[in-house]
Design a protein around this ligand. Structure first.
Ligand SMILES: Cc1cc2nc3c(=O)[nH]c(=O)nc-3n(C[C@H](O)[C@H](O)[C@H](O)COP(=O)(O)O)c2cc1C
Length: 206
């Protein structure tokens, strides 16, 4: 490949475009789109979101210390774009799309029924970086759509048609994986089985 030089900027992708639900002190729920999100640590399970101070969602997260990361699918692409272009200060985005909410299990903030996976997060730290503040948060619980869990209890996230965002464009993941973890080095599938066992989320005992 022959490359051209550009100034330092965020030429990074694909990233997930997720819908983050928050709640204010009066109990009003808001939702906004986040592309600057990522995994920070496996144990404890920590994720990050980078949020501008002017967002309504910023105030809500600061007030409660909680938020939910709702993964998005191809069916949710329009609401994902809209929730990233309109503020809850001027429009009730939940009402606008008639979004159904599910009450939080470990936190007060509800999740979106339409989302196949909801990560319930509690803020651990906030770092001012410049345009955005970085929230590091612990995932205190996950909700997973039943139809994505196979007979062996394995979560088939690849079947959800998850959304990705890449340099201003939305894509959905193809149903056909190009490979699976460790396939390039595996002699047998033992390695993969071990990985799956190690990282499989454990169900909550009722
Ligand atoms: C694809 C996409 C990704 C976005 N990612 C972020 C992000 O990572 N952080 C952020 O502060 N705003 C991000 N935004 C912008 C906010 O979602 C947008 O300003 C929203 O209207 C804020 O809503 P609120 O004021 O109701 O919180 C993104 C927008 C889009 C369309």
């Amino acid at each position: 490949m022959t490359k051209e030089l550009f100034k330092g900027s965020i030429l990074f992708g694909p990233v997930p475009a997720v819908l983050v639900t928050t709640i204010n002190r009066e109990g009003k729920v808001n939702v906004f789109t986040v592309g600057w999100t990522g995994v920070a640590c496996s144990h404890p399970p920590l994720v990050t979101i980078a949020v501008r101070k002017e967002r309504l969602s910023y105030d809500n997260i600061r007030a409660t210390g909680e938020f939910v990361i709702n993964l998005t699918t191809r069916e949710m692409v329009k609401m994902t774009d809209f929730c990233g272009c309109r503020s809850g200060r001027t429009v009730d985005k939940i009402k606008h799309f008639g979004m159904e909410l599910e009450p939080g299990s470990n936190i007060v903030v509800p999740s979106l029924k339409k989302s196949p996976v909801a990560l319930e997060c509690k803020v651990r730290s906030v770092t001012e970086l410049g345009s955005h503040d970085l929230f590091v948060a612990e995932i205190v619980g996950n909700k997973v759509e039943k139809s994505l869990i196979d007979q062996n209890g394995t979560i088939q996230l690849g079947k959800a048609g998850l959304l990705a965002y890449c340099h201003g464009e939305y894509f959905s993941l193809s149903r056909q994986p190009l490979g699976t973890f460790g396939y390039s080095v595996a002699r047998k599938s033992v390695r993969q089985a071990r990985h799956q066992k190690k990282f499989a989320p454990r169900k909550v005992k009722k």
